[in-house]
Write a protein that binds this ligand. Structure first.
Ligand code: HGY
Ligand code: MN
Ligand code: MN
Length: 416
């Protein structure tokens, strides 16, 4: 199949305008976004995305997890579609590009195909996956996980946010329960463009990351139980301070990650302290440990060491420790043919590139289990993400989207 010509490029200004337009929905307090999944702002972002897709001549399908699929017809309607996309939901203090670049970059690729009257054998579908972030409703990549058969829909609908609202109820409330059975769609391939969310590409002065693998992830929700009592009048030897358990476990997670360098990370990002009163010793602390590496035996060993040592640390100070896995996936190795299409696209377009392992989890990590999948990354300033100051350059956005366009056209087979 002849590859698209190296002069075939997207419209960088149109892409950037769309990114800035979407960023106006669910603004953060410091220049980023707070467009959390299944909020009214998420609904507004979905509506704008649907409007743009329909203006680009695509037809929108929605499944029972709210996943959105905008289809551009192919010359062979029986050929399995080539999918491209990511997520529009953001962290509570998220950036403007995490996920959004992958969705709007895919839309820009279709707009460019329309401008040039490009026809493909395979239909092309632009995707917005529901709840990639997993911050309001754990786990992350929830809807792509249901699509890939990793979770049941009942499990997903039952997930509760901090206020006890259920995923299924919130999806219904915002009016985005679709009629398609989730997971029924079959894919010829899927490509996801995403910002790196780390410092490597910028430090190496590379425009494109050719993602060969992703890190595996374990989210362990821990509950440390002590005894609430007065911070002033309770003698030190009589205290059961759950906060100390959190401190010891936090340090343990860091120690295990550092012992397993390179290519291992660990931290605790979510913490709820009860009753969280200045003059009451914490009686209970609930927190989530996030451990990752792209080496599966190492990941399993890190978790095993944690599960062996954490309960003892807590018992030694007289507090109880319980834990449960609330999110997990093994390290994905992406499809070699799709990865090659990404790499050759970068070469053809003259963009500097390097192979890279994705540090963050992405919907592509789950879809990789049900269809040939690959990812394209662009740098981000100082490697910063999951922070309102997240920034990329218009040039980086355009380069990544050019590569996405070429890889998708090569895979979807241009026929005219
Ligand atoms: O947690 C992750 O890696 C992704 O950003 N949800
Ligand atoms: Mn993301
Ligand atoms: Mn994210």
């Amino acid at each position: 199949m002849p590859a698209p010509g190296e002069n075939l490029r997207i419209d960088p200004a149109r892409l950037w305008d769309s990114l800035m337009e979407m960023a106006k929905i669910g603004p953060g307090v410091a220049g980023g976004n707070n467009r959390q999944t299944l909020t009214d702002d998420d609904a507004k972002g979905r509506a704008l995305f649907q409007k743009w897709c329909e203006a680009a001549g695509m037809t929108m399908g929605v499944d029972t997890m709210g996943n959105m699929f905008a289809t551009r017809a192919g010359e062979d309607p029986d050929a399995l579609p080539v999918y491209m996309g990511s997520h529009l939901d953001t962290q509570p203090t998220g950036g403007k590009y995490d996920g959004v670049l992958g969705v709007l970059g895919a839309l820009e690729a279709v707009r460019t195909m329309n401008d040039l009257g490009i026809k493909t054998k395979h239909p092309i579908v632009v995707v917005n996956w529901t709840n990639e972030e997993g911050t309001r409703f754990a786990p992350a990549m929830l809807a792509s996980g249901v699509f890939a058969g990793k979770h049941t829909q009942d499990f997903a609908y039952d997930r509760e946010d901090h206020d006890g609202k259920k995923f299924g109820d919130e999806l219904k409330r915002i009016g985005w329960v679709g009629d398609e059975q989730v997971g029924a769609r079959k894919m010829h391939a899927l490509f996801e463009l995403h910002i790196e969310q780390g410092p490597i590409l910028e430090a190496e002065h590379k425009d494109i990351g050719v993602v060969t693998h992703g890190q595996g992830l374990r989210w362990i929700e821990c509950t440390v139980t002590g005894k609430e009592s007065h911070t002033g009048s309770t003698p030190m030897h009589m205290r059961k301070n759950a906060g100390r358990g959190l401190a010891l476990v936090t340090e343990l997670v860091h120690e295990i990650a550092m012992k397993n360098q390179p290519n291992a990370v660990g931290a605790i990002g979510h913490i709820d302290v009860y009753p969280n009163s200045r003059n009451i010793i914490p009686g209970k602390v609930v927190f989530t440990v996030d451990m990752r590496t792209h080496i599966l035996p190492k990941l399993n060993a890190m978790v095993a060491e944690f599960m062996e040592r954490a309960p003892k640390l807590c018992a030694d100070i007289g507090v109880e420790f319980e834990s449960k896995i609330v999110g997990q996936f093994d390290p994905p190795a992406f499809n070699e043919t799709c990865v090659k299409a990404v790499r050759s696209a970068a070469e053809r377009l003259g963009y500097s590139h390097m192979d890279i392992v994705s540090g963050a989890g992405h919907d592509a990590c789950w879809i990789n289990d049900v269809a040939p999948t690959a990812m394209i990354m662009c740098p981000c300033v100082d490697g910063l993400s999951h922070n309102e100051a997240e920034e990329i350059s218009p040039e980086w956005a355009a380069a990544g989207t050019d590569v996405l366009l070429h890889a998708v056209l090569e895979t979807a087979e241009v026929v005219g």
